[in-house]
Design a protein around this ligand. Sequence first.
Ligand SMILES: [Zn+2]
Length: 356
Amino acid sequence: MLFQAPTQLFLCTSWFAVAVKSYHIDDSCTRAGIYQQVDDAMQSAFAMAQSGIAALATGNGMANVEANLNPARPPQLERLIKNVFAHDDIISGNTRRYKAPARDKYHMTLQNLKLYKVSRILGLVVTNMGQQTSTPGADDVTIYCDSSRLHLTEDGKSVTDADRNNLVMGSRKGDVYKCSQSNQGFAVAVTWGAPHDGDREWSAAIQLCKKTVENVKKGRFDNWGAFSRANPAALLNRVLTSTRIVPGFAQVDAFKLLDVTLLHEMTHARGAEGLNDVTVYTLISREIEAYRWLGITKLAKKLPYVEGERPTAPDNNSDSIAYFALGCHIMSDPTNPQEITDHGRLKRLSAAVQFP
Ligand SMILES: [Zn+2]
């Protein structure tokens, strides 16, 4: 019996180490009546991340970085990578070498692209946030469905969070406040990726905006599985109608539901290295964040390239990684396989894509 004690202690310690890497759904989601939808969407988000990891597994394991991947990637996956991550120089094999971490120095082509960082971030989301807990730690995420804990400071300039020692979470003028307090603004959710006060580090706070909570309640905004099971013909019709009249939207953007949104928000968390929303410029030099299909495919064609740990590269942009995971998930979905075309439309596949 005596010599068993250290083993048990070790097992306890490892279990604890896994259990603190987690997500937490705040009681406000239960009060809003959408706890289950949020939890289902989290599970779908992790499944999407797993699909992205599986899709890149072969490339990441290659010993010879300059060689084309063997076996080659399925054409649907290669097309997704081309659209979301590959600059034209990468597609043509004309990348310039530049100072970068040693393992990332290679002549990138579409056929040998490793996407180390994409794989790493999706892996961090799964390992750092993949389990539920009631006591989230610094690398974890907490999802809030109302803003009742947020208060304006006396000078009216910032928003503080009563749950977190009245920590300042954002400015009144920012989208953060708009999202929390009203229906204004376009944000679906906002995330404070690495809040801290003094030495104390708090879990990332994902705040679902009011309109988002309403849409989840009405069953209009849940997850890929629920959406594709519900009434595909009617829903697809709605998608086609709505995307035709909204400029800047592609059909696939209608499938950025709560699951893809939560995956996007999780990549902002400290536990996933706190990715950014990268900015791109339109023809008239208007700044837009690289959101949605149009934004992320534009970003892919700008410098810098992926693989260099560059903050404005597509493999550092939250929506690029979230859409990539969505694309991998739906092309390999055995019940309803779909591919995202170059123009961001969904194309039904005769069989699910298998990743090598
Ligand atoms: Zn974001």
